[in-house]
Write a protein that binds this ligand. Structure first.
Ligand SMILES: [Mg+2]
Length: 197
């Protein structure tokens, strides 16, 4: 039986949004997120990070640096609450018109959110049911992704979330739920699961 998943955006959802993170030490968790991920782990909900990271395509830093950031992220989650990400999907690609310059990463990609490539790949790799899954993000494009993939979309007010809601960033969006932060989002997801819808 394909299982539901909770897809998590990275910047502004798990860690503080501070722009491109050139110094690994500047990746820091938003308070409460480690325990929120642990709650999903305890309920056996598959937790999958899906993140656009255009730094390599923009030649800001290497893919090895992105992997290093994710080692720190998984370390902090585990250290704080023994929380685990079951899978990590990264899109390092960016097309030249959008600013991609490194030839290894400068291309249009079906993986770049709001395209569904990372979710489709995760569904194939881990036997996931997208129609009963959730996508949690802080950008309108994360909600667009949820729509495109047939998941429920939750917009958190952390990161860019508040600016999206006030109309200062990206475009208007109508999430299935607007959450104060990931802790609130996880409560909503677990409540939906408990009530079977
Ligand atoms: Mg984000």
């Amino acid at each position: 039986m394909p299982q539901p998943a909770v897809f998590l955006d990275r910047d502004g959802v798990l860690n503080q949004e501070v722009g491109y993170i050139r110094d690994v030490e500047n990746l820091n968790l938003i308070p409460g997120v480690a325990r929120a991920v642990r709650r999903l782990n305890d309920r056996h909900l598959f937790c999958c990070l899906v993140t656009n990271q255009s730094g390599p395509a923009r030649a800001y830093y290497s893919m090895e640096h992105v992997n290093h950031l994710h080692r720190r992220l998984t370390h902090l989650l585990h250290e704080e609450a023994r929380a685990v990400l079951d899978a990590i999907f990264v899109c390092p690609y960016l097309s030249p018109p959008e600013g991609g310059v490194d030839p290894n990463f400068s291309r249009w990609s079906t993986w770049r959110k709001p395209n569904t490539g990372m979710l489709v790949a995760a569904a194939w790799d881990y036997d996931l049911d997208l129609s009963s899954s959730f996508m949690v993000g802080d950008k309108a494009t994360d909600i667009d992704l949820a729509r495109n993939a047939g998941c429920r979309g939750i917009l958190v007010e952390t990161g860019y979330g508040r600016r999206v809601l006030s109309g200062d960033y990206q475009h208007e969006t109508q999430p299935d739920y607007q959450a104060e932060n990931l802790v609130d989002a996880v409560e909503w997801i677990l409540d939906k699961k408990r009530s079977g819808n």
